[in-house]
Design a protein around this ligand. Structure first.
Ligand code: B12
Length: 207
């Protein structure tokens, strides 16, 4: 794909232009859930196989994040909002690009989005971090909460956050999703906590 070539050479302007062309062709939502996800997993594979270094992987991630942010800003939320959505990662998980993609997809559906993000560097203070995420989310009074987990070892944290939120906010729909949730078995989660469909648009279209 031409876009990945622009990203690999660090040509940000060209990457932007190619993204615009792709969006024109397949629409923003498919660009988010198909093109970006594919390009990023290919990038991860190239890094894993030693074809590219850590710096190149970071550069691609950085340019991609900017492209998503530019496009998210273009989404206009007019009229009555559908609800409030909070997006977060559990402590430890640094994969925040999914949050940006989800932010855009929720904005398209007229949600006011509070994206707490990730990158919590509090060392051993996992409990304090979880409390911070939980308290902030409760204060935001969301209709839905999206918890994104990419690395499975942070699933325990994510489940803990989900459980507390579901207890404190019984009318709020809490979703766990992302690559790190692949091992969850249907029915394993308690009532009020949903496992996001592998097809992200499927989950979003059923909100
Ligand atoms: C970018 C990246 C990073 C960046 C993250 C930067 C950032 N700010 O996001 C950096 C460099 C920091 C990083 C670090 C690491 N990474 Co990394 N990373 C990636 C990479 C290349 C892309 C991830 C991405 O952004 N994808 C694009 C998004 C849009 O796709 P997505 O996350 O799948 O989200 C989609 C769906 O899953 C869904 N979704 C996600 N969450 C949710 C939640 C809900 C509720 C819903 C509805 C939907 C949903 O929505 C999206 C659209 O459909 C992946 C490769 C890959 N296969 O994805 C590796 C990858 C995830 N990383 C990996 C690893 C191993 C690491 C490190 C452990 C490496 C290391 N040794 O340090 C660290 C861990 C750091 C940490 N503590 O979290 C492995 C994970 C392997 C595994 N199975 O555990 C991967 C798969 C790479 C590989 N091939 O080995 N990484």
């Amino acid at each position: 794909m031409i876009l990945i070539r622009c990203l690999l050479t660090g040509d940000e302007d060209m990457a932007n232009q190619k993204s615009e062309e792709l969006i024109e062709l397949i629409g923003l939502q498919r660009f988010y859930v198909e093109s970006i996800t594919n390009i990023m997993s290919e990038t991860g594979k190239k890094w894993y196989d030693g074809e590219i270094g850590i710096a190149e992987e970071h550069m691609i991630t950085n340019v991609m994040r900017k492209i998503i942010e530019i496009n998210n800003h273009k989404i206009e939320v007019k009229g009555l909002i559908e609800g409030v959505a909070v997006i977060c990662n559990p402590e430890g998980d640094d994969h925040t690009m999914s949050n940006l993609v989800l932010e855009g997809l929720l904005k398209i559906r007229k949600y006011k989005v509070v994206n707490i993000g990730g990158n919590w560097y509090m060392g051993e203070k996992t409990k304090a971090t979880n409390t911070a995420i939980i308290d902030f989310t409760i204060e935001s009074r969301p209709d839905i909460v999206f918890i994104s987990v990419t690395i499975a070892r942070y699933l325990f944290n994510a489940k803990l956050i989900a459980k507390e939120l579901s207890k404190a906010l019984p009318d709020t729909e809490v979703f766990l999703g992302g690559q790190g949730t692949q091992g969850i078995i249907a029915g394993e989660l308690q009532e009020g906590i949903h496992l996001a469909n592998k097809d992200t648009l499927n989950t979003l279209n059923h909100l």
